[in-house]
Write a protein that binds this ligand. Sequence first.
Ligand SMILES: Nc1ncnc2c1ncn2[C@@H]1O[C@H](COP(=O)(O)OP(=O)(O)OP(=O)(O)O)[C@@H](O)[C@H]1O
Length: 293
Amino acid sequence: MLELSGLTRRYGDHLAVDDVSFTVPTGAMVGFVGGNGAGKTTTMRMVMGVLAPTAGEVRWQGRPVTAAERRRFGYMPEERGLYPKQPVLAQLTYLGQLHGMSALDARARSTELLERFGLGGRVKDKLETLSLGNQQRAQIIASVLGDPALLILDEPFSGLDPSAVDQMSALLREHTARGVPVLFSSHQLDLVDRLCDALVVLHQGRVVASGTSEQLRASAPLRYRLTTTGDTGWVRGVPGIEVVDLDGPTALVQPADEQVAERLLVDAVARGGVREFSRIVPSLSEIYREVAA
Ligand SMILES: Nc1ncnc2c1ncn2[C@@H]1O[C@H](COP(=O)(O)OP(=O)(O)OP(=O)(O)O)[C@@H](O)[C@H]1O
């Protein structure tokens, strides 16, 4: 398990990461979301030890992480890491060796992954001659070489087409299935919602929400949409009901609790002509906008 405990980073007067604490449990895939400049990259760099924290610590399996343990972490940095002018297979093989693999194993594993992800015919090509999406595939392959104990990936899915997203997420899932914790940042909330076991929302350097998407949805305000055949203006006078929006026959309401919602439905039925009464489950994007507001 990876634990971030009170991680803080200042750049001069600017507090880029402010007392960030969360965990990435064994075998869990955690999405790290937040707007531009929220502090995701800075946090991930501190986890990897490429940037020193101003305060706080990174813990691995219950103890402060060591340099030797960090060498077994797979990392895809924001600035990527592969050399544009080097042939793809040669540099993946070299990277695998840096992670302790034999040259033979590194070459075999790299070849297998390149073939699996449709790059079998490009192994001798320089990285820069590949399309951006294919370069990204090679970067992800690089991060998983050498049997990593943890994966830290800075926007691994940006620029990937939907089938590449599926292939890469399957690769990451193979790692979580073996117990490897995975933390990745992304701006694609639908993707995070689909792939992750939990997510952490960072806003201006602070964690403003965290948990599974179900937990985040459950903590969102209770809202219902009521549509009737007539005007719904009468809901304004119902005790315990806050009207969020009202447009002729449709009202978006926030009842104080489920009982108030049930009473509202009974009232509406008594008035006749109920077309719809449904709980509004917010999307992750809506929750994100609310917590980051
Ligand atoms: N080397 C640096 N020197 C000074 N300020 C920095 C440095 N690196 C980052 N910052 C600042 O720290 C804050 C957090 O930046 P960071 O790159 O961690 O955000 P991010 O969440 O990864 O953003 P994005 O989604 O745009 O990649 C920003 O205000 C940024 O300008």
